[in-house]
Design a protein around this ligand. Structure first.
Ligand code: MN
Length: 733
């Protein structure tokens, strides 16, 4: 008979032995289907391809797995390697099997490259998250185990690659799922390729001691068996060597020789119930001297993956230490097969307790729900979504990010870096542009498009994102932005003042500022303030630009003004103004005896360069030449003809009102010192008020009367010498 067919029949028998009601017909159909589908393919060693899926099914049968898993194992490479589709498989073998095959295919397509620890952890989680049905992982692990067993046929580079991947991804997953036997074999196979020399050193040394080892283990096994029988405890005792990779780790990581490894030998005592476990422990400690600090009660406190046992290390009369693990039959099943143990045809987990704080709560829930549940129900509950509240997505570089379920590109962007989120202008998922609120799926490759000129997040993003991290970073951005706007505005105002411009005035005549904003690509004034405050833009530069713009606009207005005057035959008066006595101390060019008042915005005093504006019905208003309200750049074109030259003359008026602003560090007695200084200068003050600022500074404003600019300068100098005062300014308009 065909040896492959023979192997399949052996498999059939094995399945029937642990599951007499198994649907062998479907299994047989799957075998034939796969055999035909892979007919043209060969394994690297030259054998027909079907030997691989058959072997995977055999390994699963060793775990006493259910028929659907075996069928899926048989078909697991069909979608990937042959023309078969999901629909084909679903039609013939049902949706469950098709789902399993598709799940395995998905995991097969995943690419892993060696990464740092945290990255590996994410990959492992993602691996598990992508398989909604745990059986998918079991099939994948068995698939990998068979490929590792036959790795000698691959190229050396492929060997190293697969071995590393197995060590970093598959063995830890087997560990997580509590499948110790599978894990050990995967690790030993990987080590063989990753460090052939180290591997050989250990196996050689173990081989030379082999007969001594056998003898030692046999004697201990016999002694324990005998003693337990005397005490009336029903137990099975097994001895074994530690697996090679764990010896390797101890020898190299802890720098020990083979003789120094405590638990090179391990014995297992398997009993019926938990009280018997503790009885056995008592006997062992009576027979041998326990090593201090090596006793562990994993029955009282199970490991996160559900593992339960009592561990102790003792020293025999020969002086050789060895470990004893004591557990019930149920615990043993869980320890050896992990999750897979739960598919076993005959269960008996009623006595099993698992830690409720376990990370793998789902295993515990599973075990609970599984009591009294029929097989069908059990398989359904096993389809747990292990990471229902997480998705795992890739960066374009292949890094994995773990995000909450429902996460969007915004969450992703902020998980990479706040700057990426803040500068995000678009997002691509698997190469396609998507809206910001699209929901990411495990396995998606996400790429964020950023721009340095992006205007930052919008407040809506806080509603769209799912992670607290993103929400906090967006909130932070807005908070920072408020601060930036405030500092930016202050810096801009200061620079304008240096240029003799006033912020309020610049802002209230938006033409020039609007031009500047437009040219610098700012949508709003706030954006510009924020950019200055953030330090990305020089306030001086913007202020200069505003000034240039004002000048440019001013020149244009002057031109149109001349044109207008010619047109209305109102030629400007060329006669120079004759200085004459005036009541106000001001003469207006071309106008005699007109009403003159001093503007309240800049309160000019004699000596200040001044300019006049013919108001409608209130005479001529006199401004300082550097008053923002008199700035040629800001004058309205239709009023161009109203601006007139004025100058100071000797006058009857003795004193002029003007306003000052004093900036100082806030302190007690500041206003008093100012008042004292003014009275010492014999200056008449009509108003003085001091206001504390929230930032610890104070602003003192005062209105005083002086004879002229000279006197004013002297007063300002004196005020500047008061302790804590750092700025004395003419009041702005
Ligand atoms: Mn395969």
């Amino acid at each position: 008979m065909d040896p492959i067919l023979e192997r399949f029949h052996a498999l059939e028998e094995k399945v029937l032995s642990y599951n007499p009601s198994a649907d062998i017909k479907r299994l047989s159909a799957a075998f034939q289907y796969a055999d035909e589908a892979h007919a043209q393919q060969k394994r690297k060693d030259g054998s027909p391809y079907i030997t691989h899926p058959l072997a995977v099914a055999e390994i699963l049968a060793d775990l006493d797995m259910d028929t659907d898993s075996l069928i899926a194992a048989m078909l697991h490479d069909c979608i990937e390697d042959t023309g078969a589709t999901y629909e084909d498989i679903a039609r013939q073998f049902g949706a469950t099997v098709a789902d399993l095959v598709e799940g395995v295919t998905k995991l097969t397509r995943m690419q892993y490259t060696s990464k740092e620890e945290e990255q590996m952890e994410n990959l492992r989680k993602m691996f598990m998250a992508m398989a909604k049905d745990v059986r998918v992982i079991l099939i994948k692990l068995c698939d990998r185990l068979h490929n590792m067993r036959t790795l000698m046929y691959k190229s050396e580079r492929k060997q190293k690659e697969k071995a590393l991947e197995t060590m970093e991804i598959y063995a830890p997953i087997a560990h997580r799922l509590g499948m110790q036997r599978l894990k050990w074999e995967l690790e030993d196979l990987s080590l063989q390729y990753l460090d052939p020399v180290g591997y050989k050193e250990i196996t050689d040394e173990l081989a030379t001691r082999s007969s001594a080892h056998q003898e030692f283990m046999a004697s201990i096994q016999e002694k324990i068996t005998q003693r337990l029988a005397e005490d009336g405890i029903q137990a099975k005792v097994y001895g074994r060597m530690k697996h090679i990779y764990s010896i390797y780790r101890k020898m190299y990581a802890q720098n020990k020789t083979l003789d120094e490894i405590f638990d090179l030998y391990a014995f297992r005592v398997i009993v019926d119930d938990i009280p018997a476990c503790y009885n056995v422990l008592g006997c062992i400690h009576d027979m041998y001297k326990p090593v201090l600090g090596r006793f562990k009660d994993y029955i009282g406190t199970p490991k996160p993956n559900g593992y339960q046992s009592l561990h102790t290390t003792v020293i025999g009369r020969e002086g050789i230490p060895f470990e004893v693990q004591i557990r019930t039959f149920d615990m043993h099943q869980t320890a050896e097969y992990g999750v897979a143990a739960h598919w076993k045809y005959k269960q008996g987990m009623a006595n099993t307790r698992l830690g409720s704080e376990s990370t793998y709560e789902w295993i515990r829930k599973l075990l609970e729900s599984q009591q009294d549940a029929d097989a069908e129900e059990f398989v359904r509950t096993m389809k747990v979504d292990m990471f229902a509240d997480e998705v795992f997505v890739f960066t374009p570089n292949g890094d994995v990010k773990s995000l909450p379920a429902g996460a969007t590109p915004i969450d992703f962007a902020y998980s990479v870096h706040s700057a990426v989120g803040n500068q995000m202008t678009g997002a691509k998922v698997n190469g396609r542009l998507v809206p910001f609120d699209s929901v990411l799926q495990s396995g998606d490759i996400v790429e964020i498009i950023t721009s340095k000129s992006a205007h930052g997040p919008s407040r809506d993003w806080m509603k769209i994102c799912k992670s607290n991290e993103a929400r906090n970073k967006i909130r932070q951005w807005f908070k920072k932005r408020e601060e930036n706007i405030a500092t930016g505005r202050a810096a801009f105002e200061n620079e304008l003042r240096h240029l003799g411009l006033n912020l309020a005035a610049v802002v209230s005549s938006p033409d020039a500022l609007g031009q500047v904003l437009k040219r610098m690509r700012f949508g709003t004034l706030e954006e510009m303030y924020a950019a200055i405050g953030y330090g990305g833009l020089s306030a001086q530069k913007v202020a200069n630009r505003v000034k240039e713009e004002l000048t440019r606009m001013g020149r244009e207005e002057q031109r149109s003004q001349i044109v207008e005057r010619v047109a209305t035959s109102l030629a400007p008066d060329k006669t120079p103004a004759r200085p004459r006595h005036s009541q106000s101390g001001i003469v207006v060019e071309g106008l005699d005896n007109c009403l003159v008042k001093f503007s309240r915005c800049c309160t000019p005093v004699p000596g200040d360069p001044v300019v006049g504006f013919i108001t409608r019905g209130y005479g001529v208003s006199v401004h300082r030449a550097d008053c923002p309200n008199a700035d040629p750049a800001r004058r309205k074109p239709e009023e161009a003809g109203r601006w007139v030259n004025v100058s100071w003359v000797e006058s009857d008026q003795e004193r002029y009102r003007t306003a000052l602003e004093i900036s100082a560090k806030d302190r007690d007695g500041l206003a008093l010192d100012v008042a004292m200084a003014l009275s010492a200068q014999k200056v008449r003050v009509s108003n003085l008020s001091a206001r504390s600022q929230p930032d610890g500074f104070a602003l003192v404003t005062l209105i005083l009367e002086v004879k002229d600019r000279e006197e004013l300068n002297a007063v300002m100098n004196r005020l500047g010498q008061i302790q804590g005062v750092f700025l004395v300014n003419r009041a702005k308009g």
